[in-house]
Write a protein that binds this ligand. Structure first.
Ligand SMILES: Cc1cc2nc3c(=O)[nH]c(=O)nc-3n(C[C@H](O)[C@H](O)[C@H](O)COP(=O)(O)OP(=O)(O)OC[C@H]3O[C@@H](n4cnc5c(N)ncnc54)[C@H](O)[C@@H]3O)c2cc1C
Length: 361
């Protein structure tokens, strides 16, 4: 994947951060309206319009569920920030992220999926309890948006995740195809035989360093502490690798270059001495934040914020476990391991099939 300024947020291909409301959606009920006069619950609401949400929308729409897709503040999701995707099956020459997303959305729309420009702030659901905020005891799920409340029989949560960044000068300038990346699996192949840097010290950083060392000429692992947080075996592999060097107690302070990244400036924590590390790419492996904060009261999250479950089904560790009937998880908000477009799409497909099964009984 390579990104360009033009493709940021898919602007060049028509993906705007905020889209006008579209589709046939229930109107906002007037204050004090009776339950009978309120709109019908949607059969399926999909929260998120990235690869997971759009794939779920394609399957659900083809099954006649007329899903309503809530786009969130990044219509099209993370893939709209990338210019070139080389690993999504079916595109031997690669495809730009916004174009891939635009195709998925068109495919979903042509089968009857509807889209809504809205961001969900809260989700409430229960088989028995009433919904104080919605005043609708007869439906199972209530979604509180920024501007309105929505009701659904089934819900797919596909809200994705946001990769962490360093917040240093030059990061935004070189992010996306100019040298700074948050995905070694996606972008590593573009830097064959080049000198690259990985920032981080956990398992992901070590995995990225080992992966890149297969085809890059040299990999520098920049870590702010004096020991790796990664598992022993990973740390040992990294330390033993002849192409990987570790810079301990080192803090990235600036990224430099003209059109493309040329070097990373780092500061040695103990001495405060600075040094310049020439490199073609910097891979940030400092974690990602699942976009699940609005759902933390309703859904079981692990310690990092990912939605707990098995496959696309949501499950808690409680004894007895809570029931999450009719609500499913998909994509990066539920997957800290693979974080790829195709794996998110696959989960979206599974979630839609499960939603259909739960509706038909
Ligand atoms: C720079 C970059 C390049 C990448 N390149 C590749 C690549 O080349 N190949 C590859 O396979 N993968 C790539 N990936 C990874 C891939 O983009 C993700 O794995 C994939 O987008 C995950 O899809 P998703 O639908 O789970 O989540 P996302 O794409 O993150 O989409 C989440 C959606 O949820 C919405 N949302 C969030 N919160 C709310 C809310 N409260 N209410 C309503 N909606 C909400 C957002 O607006 C968004 O539409 C890349 C990622 C990045 C960041």
């Amino acid at each position: 994947m390579v990104q360009s300024e033009d493709s940021r947020f898919g602007a060049a291909l028509g993906f705007q951060r905020k889209r006008p409301a579209q589709g046939r959606a229930p109107p906002k009920p007037p204050p004090g309206a009776s339950a009978q006069r309120q709109p019908q619950a949607e059969k399926l609401i999909i929260i998120g319009s990235g690869c997971a949400g759009l794939s779920a929308a394609i399957y659900a729409a083809r099954a006649g569920l007329e899903p309503l897709v809530i786009e969130g503040s990044q219509p099209g999701g993370q893939l709209t920030t990338t210019d070139h995707v080389e690993n999504f099956p079916g595109f031997p020459e690669g495809i730009s992220g916004p174009e891939l997303i635009r195709n998925m959305r068109r495919q979903a729309e042509q089968f009857g999926a509807r889209f809504r420009s809205e961001r969900i702030r809260r989700l409430e659901f229960s088989a028995e309890e009433k919904f104080p905020r919605c005043g609708r005891p007869d439906v199972q799920k209530c979604l509180q948006g920024e501007t309105e409340s929505l009701w659904a029989q089934t819900v797919i949560v596909a809200v994705g995740a946001t990769p962490r960044k360093l917040g240093i000068p030059g990061e935004e300038k070189f992010f996306g195809g100019r040298g700074v990346s948050t995905c070694a699996t996606c972008d590593g192949a573009f830097y064959r035989h080049r000198e690259v840097v990985v920032v981080g010290g956990g398992d992901s950083a070590c995995e990225d360093a080992l992966f890149l060392a297969r085809f890059c000429s040299r990999v520098h692992l920049v870590h702010r502490r004096d020991r790796l947080r990664a598992s022993k075996i990973m740390a040992e592999r990294v330390r033993a690798h002849e192409k990987i060097s570790i810079l301990w107690n080192s803090i990235p302070v600036r990224l430099d270059g003209d059109e493309r990244l040329a070097s990373l400036r780092i500061r040695q924590g103990e001495t405060s001495k600075e040094q310049t590390l020439p490199c073609s790419a910097v891979f940030l492996a400092i974690g990602q934040e699942p976009n699940t904060i609005p759902f933390r009261d309703a859904l079981p999250l692990d310690e990092r914020g990912y939605i707990r479950g098995e496959g696309v089904k949501i499950s808690s560790l409680e004894d007895p476990p809570r029931s999450f009937e009719g609500i499913f998880r998909a994509g990066d908000c539920a997957d800290s391991s693979y974080r790829q477009a195709v794996t998110a799409a696959a989960m979206g497909c599974q979630a839609a099939l499960e939603a259909e099964r739960s509706l038909v009984g």
